[in-house]
Design a protein around this ligand. Structure first.
Ligand SMILES: O=c1ccn([C@@H]2O[C@H](COP(=O)(O)OP(=O)(O)O[C@H]3O[C@H](CO)[C@@H](O)[C@H](O)[C@H]3O)[C@@H](O)[C@H]2O)c(=O)[nH]1
Ligand SMILES: [Mn+2]
Length: 739
């Protein structure tokens, strides 16, 4: 069949030897035009602020404070808008043709792949889930002798090792089963939960029973917190678990490296070799910093260099399973392209999630962060690294572009004493001492968003990246299902972002010199992310307090400035809305995403900024607080019903509840006045703003007053917020009356 010039839907054309294609997004021209118009409007607004502040006499301190707060807020908004244009300037879309690969490569051309899976706590990250992730990756449609799975266990837990030993046994049945039935779902948990036509066959029943047996065993062990004697079935296992001696704790223990499957010896039930499966728990000592996930990944980089040294590395979080067995073939479409540029460092897939509720109430899809923006960056230097679902060229992490690194795979038996002792040596906690690991080599240290920081530094060094976004999700991960977990995760990201901003690698100064202005703006947008808290907080309180005291701070409808405000607000929201919908979103999801933006401004952005401050003056020492992946049934049920989960009495909820209360009162009071007053001059911007915030806060009112399940707002939070709100209103009335 002649496939030349065949139209491939969505506007791509190709011929039979093409491996990949890219094309600019259609909205680019509009984006640029709109940016020019909007930019002029922003300048006019800033001009108005400057004039009000410096050219007109200021009657009193209060109005000076109000004017300058509005000016600062709008400056931040302007900066965030401006830097975000970097994502809009040349977005591209790609497509790969893995079906064409077979024609041009032979089996031995497949590049060896080392897969890194990080886990850190068997109670927050259930070993059964981690094992399912590993099984889905081991079952890639790829020559098994080219795949090695490395599991980094920062929890140093025998329970996790046990789970993997069981998984290895199950793998010898599961992998041939997947291949025989050509399954797409190769995460056994997901596969068995879905309804399938195989479900009547005896083969299906048999493998399902095996899976259930393994699950029962692993969960039993995790519940007990130790490996029961009856499960220590042979000397090999006994020797392995004997490494957990009495003084062994998660934060203080020697290195444990266990080769669970060896591709040169272990076969599945159909007689094919299985991929390598290696458990690594690096040495930990309280005397040495371990640098969290970045540290764990660097240990895997070195251990894998000693054992298999594959030229391609996939980094994966322990909750991100493979949803498409052909993903590595897509990667080969780029890496085996004879025209591949030597400066390509990594290929990033979007983070996508399963188990989101219908309208994604917490905006956990992060469409902008994980899809729209990476497509935007793909047209410049390439997307930033998202921590998971990313294929690196090993060379980018261990050398510069000019170092020749032999792309050969180590071919010694990985269980040899020589290799194992080298692996132990490089996993030791003082191995990195006095070296450039984490500084100039490997995953970079110094930020809680090690992914963002690492790709930033790589791109500063001249490396590029690609965004690969196939229709069927390559990976699917878990989302946090309580608001507190969502906000805590985002707070960690904020602290990490500021760690980059206030380092010598500041994205605006260092970045613009090393990576060009446009890319550095994009990175600055993220690095300054927590700054959103400034405008959001001011706009949630200031105009409302003014409204309560019958003072207007925004232009009235009779003034031309009114329309400038209307244009700026509608323009920004409108563009955001269209981009969201064009990227496949729904109206409800967009609404929830913008609601989460407001909520974040009053919670995680704000608390993240404060915590960063405390950390930098040495008061707080917040580390990497893991996102919980454990499911509580009642919480899950409420999440599925679309009900916001407050529950915990966190101080983060206080400013949020205050904003909800104050906006409600100012809106009601304002409405009463409008109704009573005949010489009313139409809508005031203050009223529109507090009305919009009240709409956004509906779930909060419900959580305070109408619910009595465990997810309602904690009484402490309600009482504290009410008290501070009253004080704030009283104080504001004193200030405004002095005027
Ligand atoms: O000391 C640590 C801490 C974490 N992890 C692992 O890091 C991964 C990410 O942790 P998680 O709690 O799931 O954080 P998230 O906020 O959900 O992760 C996002 O944000 C992180 C940066 O903050 C990135 O590393 C992740 O890839 C990205 O998905 C997990 O597999 C953990 O097991 C470690 O290995 N060691
Ligand atoms: Mn996660």
């Amino acid at each position: 069949m002649n496939t030349e010039g065949r139209r491939l839907g969505r506007g791509f054309t190709t011929n039979a030897s093409r491996l990949h294609l890219s094309e600019p997004l259609r909205q680019t021209a509009f984006n640029r035009l709109f940016a020019a118009i909007y930019f002029s409007a922003v300048l006019v607004l800033l001009f108005r602020h400057v004039r009000n502040l410096f050219l007109y006499p200021i009657p009193n301190l209060l109005s000076f404070c109000i004017t300058s707060s509005l000016f600062i807020s709008d400056l931040v908004l302007a900066f965030m808008w401006f830097s975000a244009q970097a994502f809009r300037i040349s977005p591209v879309r790609r497509k790969e043709f893995p079906e064409n690969l077979k024609r041009i490569i032979r089996d031995e051309d497949f590049l060896a792949l080392d897969v890194f899976i990080c886990t850190a706590d068997p109670y927050k990250e259930p070993p059964m889930n981690v094992v399912n992730v590993a099984l889905s990756l081991m079952a890639y449609d790829y020559p098994a002798d080219k795949i090695s799975i490395y599991v980094s266990d920062d929890g140093g837990s025998a329970l996790t090792l046990f789970a993997f030993m069981e998984a290895a046994k199950f793998a010898s049945h599961w992998l041939p089963f997947c291949k025989e039935h050509n399954l797409m779902e190769r995460n056994p948990q997901v596969f068995f939960e879905a309804k399938h036509h195989h479900s009547s066959s005896p083969h299906f029943e048999k493998i399902k029973t095996m899976y259930e047996d393994m699950k029962v065993k692993v969960e039993h062990v995790v519940d007990k917190g130790e490996i029961v004697d009856e499960y220590i079935t042979d000397d090999q296992r006994r020797q392995a678990f004997n490494q957990w001696t009495n003084g062994f704790t998660p934060t203080h223990h020697p290195t444990v490296i266990q080769v669970i499957l060896d591709k040169s010896q272990d076969k599945d039930i159909s007689g094919h070799f299985l991929p390598n499966l290696i458990y690594v728990s690096r040495q930990k000592s309280k005397a040495w910093p371990h640098h969290f996930k970045a540290g764990a990944l660097n240990v895997l980089l070195r251990v894998s260099a000693a054992m298999t040294n594959a030229p391609v590395i996939l980094t994966q979080d322990c909750d991100m399973y493979s949803n498409d067995p052909r993903t590595p073939l897509r990667v080969l479409c780029y890496l085996l392209d004879p025209e591949m540029k030597p400066d390509l460092a990594f290929i990033q897939f979007p983070q996508r999630f399963h188990g989101l509720n219908k309208d994604d109430i917490y905006g956990s899809e992060y469409k902008r962060l994980f899809k729209i923006n990476p497509m935007g960056l793909d047209g410049i230097k390439g997307p930033n690294y998202l921590g998971s679902g990313c294929f690196f060229r090993r060379q980018a992490l261990i050398g510069d572009q000019s170092t020749e690194i032999p792309d050969n795979v180590v071919n010694r038996p990985i269980k040899s004493q020589e290799i194992l002792s080298l692996a132990h040596h490089v996993a030791g906690c003082n191995y990195e001492n006095q070296t450039d690991w984490g500084l100039k080599r490997g995953f970079r240290y110094g930020s809680l968003v090690e992914d963002f920081f690492t790709s930033y530094r790589l791109q500063c060094e001249g490396w590029k990246s690609l965004f690969c976004n196939p229709e069927r999700a390559a990976f699917l991960g878990d989302v946090p299902i309580t608001l507190f977990d969502v906000l805590s995760q985002c707070k960690r990201w904020c602290i990490g972002a500021f760690e980059v901003t206030f380092s010598k690698y500041n994205t605006l100064i260092f970045g613009s010199q090393s990576m060009g202005v446009i890319t550095s703006l994009a990175y600055s947008h993220y690095a300054c992310w927590p700054l959103w808290c400034i405008p959001i907080t001011f706009y949630s309180f200031l105009p409302q307090l003014a409204l309560l005291n019958q003072v207007t701070i925004f232009p009235k409808i009779s003034e031309p400035w009114f329309f400038l405000y209307v244009f700026l607000v509608l323009g920004a929201y409108g563009q955001d809305f269209f981009e969201f919908i064009l990227a496949g979103g729904t109206i409800q999801r967009w609404w929830n995403a913008q609601r989460m933006w407001m909520i974040s401004g009053l919670t995680c952005y704000l608390f993240g900024s404060v915590e960063y401050l405390l950390k930098s003056i040495g008061i707080s020492t917040q580390g990497f607080s893991l996102t919980s992946k454990v499911l509580d049934d009642a919480q899950r049920k409420r999440y599925e019903e679309g009900s916001y989960e407050f529950g915990v009495p966190s101080p983060m909820f206080v400013p949020l509840t205050m904003a909800a209360t104050i906006n409600l009162f100012s809106f009601i009071l304002g409405s009463i006045r409008v109704l009573k007053d005949d010489n009313d001059k139409g809508p005031s911007l203050e009223m529109v703003l507090s009305g919009a915030i009240v709409l956004n806060c509906l779930p909060i009112y419900r959580a305070i007053a109408l619910r009595n399940d465990a997810g309602r707002m904690a009484t402490q939070v309600t009482v504290t917020s009410a008290f501070i709100s009253v004080t704030l209103c009283y104080a504001s009335s004193l200030c405004f009356s002095k005027k």
